[in-house]
Design a protein around this ligand. Structure first.
Ligand code: PAF
Length: 285
C-alpha cells in the first residue's frame, strides 16, 4: 500500500528500512507526472526493495516567477499513477519543510552550470543542487533516479553528490518520447494544439542531423540547426550546443569514436522545451 507521509514520519520509516538492510530507491519529481517519470519509478522498483517519490515544485530553481506560477500541477492524477506503479512512499513537502530558513547550500559545480541552461536560467542549477541535497538528506536513498532529458542537470547532481560526498548512486533513465518523437515533459501540457503539432520538428531536425558533414566546424552545425528550427512558426531556438558527452565542453572539431551530445532549448510559443541526443562519428561506416 502506497503511503503519503510527512518529513518526521519519513525519517523514522527510512531508519527502520535501514535497520532491515533494505535498499532505498528515490525519484525526486516536481509532479505533473508522465511516462518519463514512470520509467524512472520502474527502474527504481526493479533495483531496490523500497521506492520513494517526492513531489515538490521547487521555487528556488525557477528564475522566472511566471514559469513557476504556470508550472503544471496535477496532484490527484500523480498520486493515482504512483499508486498504480506500486510506489511505497510519496513525500509531498511544503516550502517551509524544505526551506525552514533563508540559508542556502552552495556547491562547487565545477563550471558545469555555466553553459547552455546555466547561461539562460541564472541561478537555476544552484536551486536544483540545493533542493536535491536537501531531499537526499531527508530520504537518505541508496540510489536516486534522474532523466537524461535534463542532461546538464544530471551532470550537476552527480557533481553535487561527489563534492558533498553523499553515499548515493546517481542513476539515469533514457529520454522517453511521444510516438511522434517529442520528448515527454510536464511542460508539454501547456502547448496549444498548433504548437504541439510544430513541436515535433525539434526532434525530427535533431534526428536527421548528419554530423559527418561538420567535423571541422561543429559551431556551423549549431547555427544551421537553429535556423532550420526557427523557420517554423511558434519555434524560437534559445541555444543549440554540441558538447562532449562526459565533460560537456564545446569541441573545436568532432573526432571519431568520441560520444557527443547535441543539446537544444527551444521556445514553442510561451513554453520552453529542451531535448538532447547523443551521437558518435564512427570510422566504420
Ligand atoms: O527534474 C526535476 O523535476 C527537478 O529539477 C528536480 C530534480 C526534482 C529538482 O527539483
Amino acid at each position: 500500500m502506497m503511503r503519503i507521509i510527512e518529513k518526521a514520519e519519513l525519517s523514522k520509516q527510512v531508519q527502520a528500512y535501514r535497520e532491515l538492510n533494505y535498499r532505498i530507491g528515490f525519484v525526486p519529481t516536481m509532479g505533473a507526472l508522465h511516462f518519463g517519470h514512470l520509467s524512472l519509478v520502474r527502474k527504481s522498483r526493479a533495483e531496490n526493495q523500497i521506492s520513494i517519490v517526492s513531489i515538490f515544485v521547487n521555487p528556488t530553481q525557477f528564475n522566472d516567477s511566471k514559469d513557476l506560477e504556470k508550472y503544471p500541477r496535477t496532484p490527484e492524477q500523480d498520486l493515482e499513477m504512483l499508486d498504480a506503479e506500486g510506489v511505497d512512499i510519496v513525500f509531498v513537502p511544503d516550502v517551509e519543510t524544505i526551506y525552514p530558513d533563508e540559508k542556502r547550500n552552495v556547491f562547487d559545480l565545477d563550471g558545469l552550470d555555466k553553459p547552455m541552461e546555466g547561461k539562460f536560467r541564472e541561478g537555476h542549477f544552484d536551486g536544483v543542487a540545493d533542493v536535491v541535497y536537501r531531499l537526499f538528506d531527508i530520504v537518505k536513498p541508496d540510489r536516486a533516479y534522474f532523466g537524461e532529458k535534463d542532461y546538464q542537470q544530471l551532470k550537476i547532481i552527480q557533481q553535487m553528490t561527489n563534492v558533498a560526498k553523499l553515499p548515493v548512486e546517481i542513476c539515469s533513465g533514457e529520454i522517453v518520447r511521444e510516438s511522434d518523437g517529442l520528448a515527454m515533459s510536464s511542460r508539454n501540457m501547456r502547448l496549444s494544439e498548433q504548437e504541439r503539432s510544430v513541436a515535433v520538428n525539434i526532434y525530427r531536425i535533431m534526428r536527421d542531423f548528419d554530423p559527418k558533414a561538420f567535423v571541422e566546424n561543429p559551431s556551423k552545425a549549431e547555427k544551421m540547426l537553429a535556423e532550420e528550427i526557427n523557420q517554423y512558426e511558434h519555434l524560437q531556438t534559445e541555444y543549440v550546443s554540441i558538447v562532449e558527452d562526459d565533460s560537456m565542453q564545446t569541441p573545436e572539431n568532432l573526432e571519431s569514436d568520441v560520444t557527443y551530445r547535441l543539446c537544444i532549448a527551444v521556445w514553442c510559443g510561451q513554453v520552453r522545451l529542451i531535448d538532447n541526443l547523443t551521437f558518435v562519428i564512427s570510422n566504420n561506416y
